[in-house]
Design a protein around this ligand. Structure first.
Ligand SMILES: [Fe+2]
Ligand SMILES: [Fe+2]
Length: 284
């Protein structure tokens, strides 16, 4: 990363402020500045606005774009982008999807529909490295993959999608991570993500159902399961941290009830959701 000395000094509060810092404070301030720069370049890659917008500014953009921001990532070119804009280097048209095997398992979905799934793989790997229980690692691995189907309210969509196949605790963690993301918990070092000022608007306050979900979750015996998903929810990708979904094969084997007919063919209450992910090109 190229550093402009003048810019760095001014970002740290000006010459006087920097001169007044001891070397430890300088190092800390510089580290904060550098991680902010990294985050910014990451956000810009995803089409973030050059300055944070308000809720009203963002709402004014709704009829200025061809796709809705809540769209599932499989359904439009640009659908993976939280800002709802197709980027200049993304193709105009959607890609042709590889066919799914007849009795597809969870890893087949990771390989053929959720890929690259970098975010959830890195989240799960971070949880694994930190020594969290296997069900927490699994919740981290699964927490956002329903965004392939629907980004809006993805915690609820994800919990529903996985409910027939995982424990109630894992379902709970997936559902409530969506609400907890907006509420800091200093006891585990979780802060409101900077990225959300860009995605939701600087003056955003969560709607009443999210606040109610947060309050319910906060007093629940499984609060920490959902909270640990947010703790391991990474808001910037490390391109060098490459993780193969197969790394979690044993954890999946122990905690995910794979139907022998294949996901989508087992007549579970959510089989249709798996079929939609398998074949998002079905016209009706
Ligand atoms: Fe999420
Ligand atoms: Fe996430």
């Amino acid at each position: 990363m190229q550093l402009d000395r003048e810019k760095v000094i001014s970002a740290l509060g000006g010459t006087n402020a920097v001169q007044g810092m001891d070397s430890e404070a300088k190092a800390e301030a510089l580290e904060g500045y550098l991680s902010g720069q990294l985050d910014n370049s990451f956000f810009v890659r995803f089409g973030a606005p050059s300055k944070p917008l308000t809720v009203n500014d963002l709402e004014a953009q709704i009829d200025q774009r061809p796709i809705r921001r809540g769209i599932g990532t499989l359904f439009a070119s640009g659908g993976t982008n939280p800002f709802g804009n197709r980027l200049a280097d993304e193709p105009v048209n959607v890609s042709r999807l590889a066919p799914m095997p007849g009795n597809a398992n969870l890893l087949d979905f990771f390989r053929l529909r959720f890929a690259p799934a970098t975010h959830v793989l890195q989240s799960a790997d971070t949880a694994l490295a930190a020594g969290f229980p296997e069900e927490i690692v699994l919740a981290c691995l699964l927490h956002d993959v329903a965004q392939t189907l629907m980004k809006a309210d993805h915690g609820w969509w994800g919990a529903q999608l996985f409910e027939p196949y995982v424990s109630e605790q894992v379902t709970f963690a997936i559902r409530y991570h969506q609400a907890l993301r907006f509420y800091p918990d200093p006891s585990v070092g979780y802060e409101y993500p900077n990225l959300y000022n860009l995605i939701f608007g600087t003056d955003y306050t969560p709607p009443p159902y999210i606040e109610a979900a947060y309050k319910y979750c906060r007093d629940h015996k499984w609060y920490m399961a959902a909270r640990l998903v947010t703790v391991n929810d990474l808001y910037s990708f490390d391109p060098k941290h490459v993780v193969d979904a197969a790394k979690f094969m044993d954890i999946i084997g122990r905690h995910f009830k794979q139907p022998k007919e294949g996901l989508g063919n087992d007549n579970s209450g959510t089989a249709h959701m798996w079929r939609t992910i398998a074949n998002p090109d079905a016209p009706l």
